[in-house]
Write a protein that binds this ligand. Structure first.
Ligand SMILES: *Cc1c(COP(=O)(O)O)cnc(C)c1O
Length: 219
């Protein structure tokens, strides 16, 4: 696989599901990938990347940002409130807003900083104990709470359980977004991004299919 293959498959999935060209944004998930691989994808002209840890992103991206002015960095992993400021200063979007305490912290910091990244609310569609995200039953209330805080919520994000049909989760996420008037849907990874596009994904998060298998396990 390569960046070119994935962008071609995205374009094909857009067409075959009646979506307009370029309606799906590819987030190249570069977590734990060696810098040479990231550099190679940058050299091919891609600028939108995803990281799931603030600390790792902070170690890696400032140098790339010096080289390339137009990097679009998305935080896709869990965010602790004590790292929220750093995440907001480093990232253009945060896909893991998953609890009232974090929402309140982001709102306070947005006031202080004078800007806020685009936000996605993570929904735990599989209601898994070990997974982050607001439960589907609590999602409408949490979206309303974020709106009251004036947060720039662009959409919803989910990570389906590994052993279940992802389409059911994508459809559920799309339904929750629609009834809350949200347009963004961050869903679909290496193994299922075409299904996600068919169900309305606006942002797909693809790592290993672009970069190859992750070299170090994420621990
Ligand atoms: C690692 C990760 C991805 C990418 O996974 P691949 O299977 O390598 O495409 C997508 N989303 C999140 C939240 C991740 O942590």
């Amino acid at each position: 696989m390569s960046l070119q293959d994935i962008t071609a498959r995205i374009a094909k999935a857009e067409t075959s599901s009646g979506r307009s060209d370029g309606s799906v944004k590819l987030i190249a998930v570069s977590k734990v990938q060696p810098n040479e691989r990231v550099q190679a994808v940058l050299e091919q002209g891609h600028r939108c990347f995803g990281e799931n840890r603030v600390q790792e992103a902070a170690g890696k991206w400032p140098a790339f940002k010096e080289q390339y002015s137009d990097i679009d960095l998305h935080l896709i992993g869990p965010l602790q409130t004590n790292k929220a400021r750093q995440a907001m200063e480093l990232c253009n979007a945060i896909h893991s807003v998953d609890r009232p305490k974090l929402a309140k912290t982001l709102a306070r910091l947005a006031q202080e900083i004078g800007s806020c990244p685009d936000l996605f609310i993570q929904v735990n569609t599989g209601e898994e104990d070990q997974k982050a995200g607001i439960l589907p039953a609590d999602a409408d209330g949490f979206v309303a709470e974020c709106n009251e805080l004036d947060l720039p919520v662009r959409g919803l994000m989910c990570i389906p359980p590994i052993d279940e049909e992802p389409s059911l989760h994508f459809a559920l996420l799309a339904k929750i977004a629609a009834r809350n008037g949200l347009k963004g849907l961050s869903m679909g990874m290496s193994s299922d991004f075409e299904q996600a596009i068919a169900l309305g994904a606006t942002h797909v998060r693809v790592g290993s299919a672009i970069f190859g298998e992750r070299v170090k396990p994420q621990g």
